[in-house]
Design a protein around this ligand. Structure first.
Ligand code: HEC
Ligand code: HEC
Length: 290
């Protein structure tokens, strides 16, 4: 029997398929041949499955109910997916195919071109890389980073500096295999330490609201890190909002629900994803949280 009640073990199990591991994985060649792209968020995915099991401590379960269970599920799931994706990257860095395109931002390559004067990419520039080099996909860190800054300020700095180094290495045309492996392995250790903290932290309305505010306030930064990062933010905000609303009953719940729905609408056609529009929508969510 596999212990799916343990959030870490459950995420690891889901991610063995939804992210892949050394035994089975989905690379860009498989995606180009028709396999669906991979992305995951534990709380959202557990909710839409639909879940066909009961978890002790979950809302609705009488004994020892933890009303903030979904928040723990979100933060722990984020830590596990970051760690697992870094281990996958470390192992791929010495694989046959390198660079492996599915580690990069899909829509940096797969977008339609506009006249230069209408290009938000050319207006933005290419921070930390040469023009035209495909950037690393940081979506498994973009939201978790805000979570860690709220829950563990000291380690947040460490994680930030290691991951920004990894991001720079991976956003070069031919990333240095050894340097990537070393940095990804270091970062995975940090993520592993944080994982235990996320799983054992105590969650309440104050921290849940703070997480919601922090992620939605980070709109410009997250939206600029690609469609997959934006999707993680939309799922995280939705999860946190549902947890908060269930326990605390927000006055403007209907408006928030509509604003969050608007986030997902911005993601419907990823090839025309526009970070400025997504960020504006996220700012509307943030304004409703004050
Ligand atoms: C043995 C492999 C495997 C494991 C383990 C697994 N899944 Fe899946 N999951 C799949 C496959 C394959 C699909 C179909 C993907 C598709 O067609 O887009 C899927 C689809 C889903 C979907 C629908 C996604 C969508 O885009 O419609 C959800 C939600 C989901 N899984 C949640 C979970 C959760 C939560 C766990 C862990 C408790 C989990 N899965 C574990 C293989 C797995
Ligand atoms: C470095 C550039 C680059 C990155 C990053 C990249 N791709 Fe591709 N992709 C390509 C190229 C080149 C092709 C081949 C296109 C052709 O044959 O016309 C392709 C083909 C595809 C195809 C099949 C063609 C089609 O239009 O259906 C799909 C689907 C696809 N990629 C999805 C993805 C996804 C999802 C990601 C991210 C996980 C991704 N790609 C990342 C360059 C990239």
């Amino acid at each position: 029997m596999y212990d799916t009640r343990d959030l870490t073990k459950r995420s690891e199990k889901c991610l063995s398929c939804h992210l892949g591991n050394d035994e089975k994985s989905v690379d860009h060649e498989m995606i180009a041949a028709g396999h669906p792209d991979l992305f995951f968020e534990l709380d959202t995915f557990s909710d839409v499955m639909p879940r066909h099991w009961k978890v002790p401590g979950e809302p609705g379960e009488a004994a020892g109910a933890d009303p903030w269970y979904n928040v723990r599920e979100l933060t722990t799931g984020q830590a596990v997916q970051l760690r697992q994706s870094l281990l996958r990257l470390a192992s791929r860095s010495h694989g046959k195919i390198w660079p492996e395109y599915s580690e990069l931002q899909c829509y940096a390559c797969h977008h339609s071109l506009t006249p230069p004067e209408q290009s938000w990419r050319q207006a933005r520039g290419y921070p930390g890389r040469h023009p035209g080099n495909p950037p690393w996909n940081p979506s498994r860190y973009a939201v978790f980073r805000d979570v860690v800054h709220q829950l563990d300020g000291e380690n947040a700095e460490k994680l930030d500096s290691e991951l920004s180094r990894l991001g720079q290495l991976m956003s070069q045309l031919n990333p240095d295999r050894d340097a990537v492996a070393a940095s990804a392995t270091n970062s995975a250790h940090l993520a592993d330490e944080l994982l235990a903290k996320m799983n054992s932290a105590s969650y309440d309305p104050v921290i849940t609201l703070r997480l919601l505010q922090a992620i939605s306030a980070d709109a410009d930064n997250i939206s600029g890190q690609g469609e997959h990062s934006a999707a993680q933010a939309a799922m995280a905000v939705q999860s946190l909002f549902l947890a908060y609303d269930q326990n605390e009953k927000l006055q403007n719940s209907a408006q928030l629900r509509a604003a969050i729905k608007g986030l997902f609408q911005e993601l419907q056609n990823p090839s025309v994803y526009d970070p400025a529009r997504f960020a504006d929508q996220m700012k509307q969510v943030n304004a409703l949280l004050r």
